[in-house]
Design a protein around this ligand. Structure first.
Ligand code: IPM
Ligand code: MN
Length: 367
């Protein structure tokens, strides 16, 4: 029987509660689709700082290294906000994980079901069909990792900070390839976002994406937007997008904007795929909800588990090749929500349910 070995890193805030529900759903589809789940839980983020003195303890890293994927919860919270930036849970755990596993391809689906248009801050007549777009963000290059990077003292006594934005052709091509694969499974449209009217990085980005798509996927409809204009379009007409392809920093900003127009953070999943292949011949990946730790509701059992469950579905698809099981989970989440079962973040006229009840409703929609 196929065995799926993954590391479970629930983290802080609502992470552990939504993770528990996601693991129940995974267990259910595993029995149905005849595969075995083999996972080990490890500390990451704030809880790891409290228990082991560092946000990404060596044991956690080892557990990830001996797995084929990582199912990640969320990390951070007010308790650790006073730490120096480099020691804070998000930066001290997420960035090293991305670098260690070369998680260069961040796929963030922005999905808003037509039944939930009221959750979006966009006027409902503009998004009557819902929103169904994906941001493909380069995750291990650009200004996040370029060297030099420092704050230094000048002779006149003032300080100067330097960050370096670097992209090379091979890095742009491999993320363009991911965008092409993503678009081919959807509506075959890619909008590449850059700032080519100002940045040399963006001139190379545009040139490389254009040549690569022309050569490798001539059927794709490729368009371009400057990042400022892209932000405006996402905020005013998100329904027009299929796949957005962009670099690390622009992707960070635009994906939050996308999350906001999609209404509830509690519904958005993400995948970060690495260059390495696991024993299934598929990319090692880290799968995490977009929503964060929601400290205000942590421990109350009312958090929306959908994003964590949908992240688990992405893991089944991308790292383990169980697309049918993944489709089934995604359909079940949609059905449960459509039938009016909703946690408080997405309940409007309807009564809201607990994290566990939401999980049960999703389970009951998996035949
Ligand atoms: C994200 C986060 C991270 C990023 C932070 C926590 C380092 O905002 O995953 O989008 O900027 O990439
Ligand atoms: Mn971000």
């Amino acid at each position: 029987m196929d065995s799926l070995k993954f590391a479970v890193l629930p983290g802080d805030g609502i992470g552990p509660e939504v993770m528990e529900t996601a693991l129940e759903v995974l267990g259910h589809v595993a029995r149905k689709h005849n595969f075995v789940l083999q996972y080990e839980e490890s500390d990451v983020g704030g809880i790891a700082i409290d228990r082991q003195g560092t946000a990404l303890p060596p044991q956690t890293l080892e557990a990830c290294q001996s797995s084929e994927a990582i199912l990640f919860g969320s990390i951070g919270g007010p308790k650790w906000e006073s730490l120096p930036p480099a020691e804070q849970p998000e930066r001290a755990a997420l960035l090293p994980l991305r670098k260690t596993f070369s998680l260069f391809a961040n796929i963030r689906p922005g999905l808003l079901y037509p039944e939930l248009v009221d959750a979006s801050p966009i006027k409902s007549e503009r998004i009557a069909q819902g929103i169904d777009m994906v941001v493909v963000r380069e995750l291990t290059g650009g200004i996040y990792f370029g060297q030099p990077r420092e704050i230094r003292c000048l002779d006149n006594g003032e300080k100067e900070a330097i960050d370096t934005m670097v992209y090379r052709t091979s890095e742009i091509e491999r993320i363009a390839e991911v965008a092409i694969r993503t678009a081919l499974g959807r509506n075959k449209r890619i909008c590449s976002v850059d700032k080519a009217n100002v940045l040399a990085n963006s001139v190379l980005w545009r040139e490389t994406v254009t040549a690569y798509v022309k050569e490798n996927a001539p059927d794709i409809e490729l368009s371009y937007l400057y990042v400022d204009n892209a932000a405006m379009q996402i905020a005013s007409d998100p329904g027009r997008f299929d796949v957005i392809l962009t670099g690390n920093m622009f992707g960070d900003i635009l994906s939050d904007l996308m999350a906001s127009v999609c209404g509830s953070l509690g519904m958005l999943a993400s995948a970060s795929l690495g260059t390495g292949k696991n024993s299934h011949g598929l990319p090692f990946g880290l799968y995490e909800p977009a929503g964060g730790t929601a400290p205000d509701i942590a421990g109350k059992g009312i958090a929306n588990p959908c994003a964590q469950i949908l992240s688990a579905a992405l893991m089944l698809r991308h790292s383990f090749g169980h697309s049918e099981a993944a489709d089934e989970i995604e359909r079940a989440v949609h059905r449960a929500v459509s039938s009016g079962i909703r946690t408080s973040d997405i309940a409007f006229e309807t009564q809201s349910v607990s994290t566990q009840q939401m999980g049960k409703a999703i389970l009951s929609n998996i035949s």
